[in-house]
Design a protein around this ligand. Structure first.
Ligand code: 3PG
Ligand code: MG
Length: 422
């Protein structure tokens, strides 16, 4: 049987624990929704209560330029706001000194300095700089091993609580190979809840939106099989509309249209599964919702060859259609990894969606992903607070991780999870 090595099963007293978390919640230097930090607090407190010291690390944003490979240590990808947040929560923590960096990121950790700072009796934890500021984090050459090795030298034990960080990077993989490695409390809880997505109570309604079709094609194809109804939003839906109705939409890349074409062909084998939000919002500007510059379109009037301007949201009228309402009220499980419109100006689709889901009190409601949760919290703060207390809701800290698990049909193939198995 597949089982995780659990942190509860190891003696922590007097040890130093290196913990990988997913605190990727800083946007433009600010924390908008601290949910993912809060979700990791039980593990952090547990380790401290057991009498161990902690070295924490997370990735923040994507500071590496994909084309040039250069890494910028900018304020907007700094861990500093997270450290302040943890201090405010009562964790006796400080930020590790940031080592000098070249154009391609930080080359080495100052292992000595970090270990000795933990000798300070007033301190329980040190927070490392953004893991993606290090040259080795996303490297595919020996730098990956070098960074992973230095990380491992900081501690006696490795704990992974970063459910959202499914990519096999140095910090999620190498310490698990070099140190005794365990799943944190959050990781355990998330993997358990994945079962509700992979073996859902039916009917199962999945709502997925996002900015790129090509990275979502696999999970969307898997959802065509496993979900009873699939609703798309965001750029993904635009690409789908282009492929399905032969229209052109401003801003949809040829690559996304082609990926969508494959999906549309596959979807033909599952008639009626894809529920198309019927009303969409066309805007002449990406910058805002300006009077006279946006309008609602009905997709049933689309004709092949039509050229549309930017489509920036799904209109709330889409969720008021009788057929859609019946599907929502009859659903047994919802999985939502979706922000329907271009924030901050085009929000009616997401608001209508989240409200419609809330109206089905019996259904299991599984929300996944940083942006999905952040927008739920920002747009519907009262619903969000209620949902936190409501057992029919569950908030996953990772959206990409769930999509990856859906593509593979299980969580156990994810590299960072595999590294924690018994
Ligand atoms: C997220 O916020 O989606 C996770 O932290 C993963 O981030 P990544 O997609 O940049 O790896
Ligand atoms: Mg994401």
């Amino acid at each position: 049987m597949n089982e995780l090595k659990k942190i509860q099963n190891v003696e922590l007293k007097g040890k130093t624990v290196l913990i990988r978390v997913d605190h990727n919640v800083v946007k433009k230097g600010r924390i908008i929704d601290p949910y993912r930090i809060d979700a990791s607090l039980p593990t952090i407190s547990y380790i401290i209560e057991q009498g161990a010291k902690l070295v924490l690390m997370s990735h923040i944003g994507r500071p590496k330029d994909k084309k040039t490979g250069k890494i910028e240590l900018a304020d907007n990808t700094s861990a500093a706001p997270i450290v302040e947040y943890l201090k405010a929560k009562g964790v006796r923590i400080e930020a590790a000194v940031i080592p000098a960096a070249g154009e391609y990121g930080i080359e080495h950790l100052d292992v000595q300095k970090i270990t000795s700072s933990l000798n300070n009796a007033d301190l329980d934890a040190v927070y490392l700089p953004n893991t993606r500021w290090f040259k080795g984090e996303e490297a595919k050459d020996e730098n990956k091993e070098i960074f992973g090795k230095e990380l491992s030298m900081l501690a006696d034990i490795f704990v992974n609580d970063a459910f959202g960080s499914w990519q096999p990077h140095a910090s999620t993989i190498i310490p698990a190979q070099l140190l005794p490695a365990y799943a944190g409390l959050l990781m355990q809880k998330e993997v358990e809840h994945l079962d509700a997505v992979l073996n859902p109570r039916r009917p199962f309604v999945a709502i997925v939106a996002g900015s790129k079709f090509d990275t979502k094609i696999e999970p969307l194809s898997a959802l065509l099989q496993s979900a009873d109804h699939l609703i798309l939003g965001g750029v993904i839906y635009n690409a789908y509309l282009c492929a399905r109705y032969g229209v052109q939409i401003e801003g949809v890349s040829e690559q996304d249209r082609q990926s969508a074409q494959k999906f549309v062909q596959l979807a033909e084998k599952y008639p009626g599964k894809v529920i198309e939000p019927r009303f969409i919002i066309e805007s002449d500007s990406l910058e805002g919702r300006f009077e006279g510059k946006f309008r609602t379109l009905d997709i049933s009037t689309l004709t092949k060859g039509d050229k549309l301007n930017y489509i920036l949201d799904v209109a709330k009228a889409s969720f008021q259609e009788k057929r859609v309402q019946q599907i929502f009220s009859g659903a047994g499980t919802f999985f939502i990894n979706a922000v329907m419109g271009l924030t901050p100006h085009f929000t009616e689709g997401t608001i209508a969606l989240d409200k419609q889901i809330a109206a089905n009190q019996e259904a299991v409601k599984l929300f996944g992903g940083g942006d999905t949760l952040q927008e739920f919290n920002t747009l519907l703060p009262e619903f969000y607070q209620q949902a936190l207390l409501d057992n029919s809701y569950y908030f996953f800290t990772g959206g990409g991780t769930i999509l990856k698990a859906i593509s593979e049909g299980s969580a156990w193939g994810l590299e960072p999870v595999k590294a924690l198995m018994l």
